[in-house]
Design a protein around this ligand. Sequence first.
Ligand code: KIV
Ligand code: ZN
Length: 411
Amino acid sequence: MQSVERLTSRFSPGGFTLANNRVYIFDTTLRDGEQSPGCSMTVHEKLGMANKLVELGVDILEAGFPIASEGDFEAVDAISREFPWVQVAALARANKLDIERAADALKHARRPRIHTFIATSDIHLKFKLKKSRQQVLDEAVAAIELARRYTDDVEFSAEDATRTDGDYLEQVSRAVVAAGARTVNLPDTTGYSVPDEYRLLIKRIADALGDSAIVSVHCHDDLGLAVANSIAAVQGGARQIECTINGIGERAGNASLEELVMAFRVRNDQLPYETKIVSEQLYSASQHLSSIITFGPQPNKAIVGENAFAHEAGIHQDGYLKERTTYEIMDPRSVGVPESKLVLGKHSGRHALGKRCQDLGFQLTKEQLDEVYHRFTTLADRKKGVRNDEIAALVHHALGGTHAFAAAADD
Ligand code: KIV
Ligand code: ZN
């Protein structure tokens, strides 16, 4: 038998307390996220992003799929060396070559996790793998046994778990745990599940496994349900969530890390679960990611989108200026956004315009503000938003001044 150099691992199953409400955040921005269109990153970029994820406080950082490319191998290796105290995961299919490659990439990690997977749904077995259920079961068990020769921290994923026969999924889950898996991930690979159905599936497997393993979830967003499904899974007993910054990932993406974390924080009355994420770092992690891939979050994306803390409607602006919590359920600073924005556009009212004029240094009487407001609505009707220099120009016009700013309002 070939000799195996065991990886150093501080992982101990006893280190997890399954009974409590602590939810482990397994970040896969650098693996599932990176493997989607427009998101590929160099090793250097991955190291920079890993640094952000470490600052953010993710529990497990999936750094790549070492057999897939030289770059992925190097990234796993570089991240393991650079952040020795971090639990670094590497992905491997359930076969010898993949697992050995993952173990090799992780050899400098002090807390290495081998994450091995095989599909379990009949549709994948029949058309993709062309294998029987027994074959897949045997290969899953053999993969775990091999991975355990390198590290105690082995995760198994039953790809397409949500379209897998329930009895078979339970059989595979029990078998991989008996073989040494300490985390069993039940991905909604195709984003097909709905919350209550997923919660029940997770509950079934979590009950079957008891304290012998952590049940993990990994949801894709094909129906826009990845976050809702992940939350339902936690309610069913999952204690690890696999997710990504800005929700990037295959096709419609993965569950968005920032949305999950803030749902647990803001609605802790309904969702009494804790993560160790430093939420004040969320915006900067999102911005950093956007700067190294080809796209950022859509403007109306929850938590980190450009408009997540922007108010344009007059009624909202008026309420917000009287008391922020009338229209904001979280303080922007709690996610690292420096301040809310009052966008001045055609729906804005006098209150917000007056406040902006004041911020720009203009003390206006009521009559003056009425005049500026009149000019403002005319301009705002023609434009998508009114800039500060344009507002200054309106003020100068209204006050009868001839200021260089005046030109802007006439554009
Ligand atoms: O979506 C999926 O099933 C995966 C697994 C490899 C975890 O990404
Ligand atoms: Zn995935």
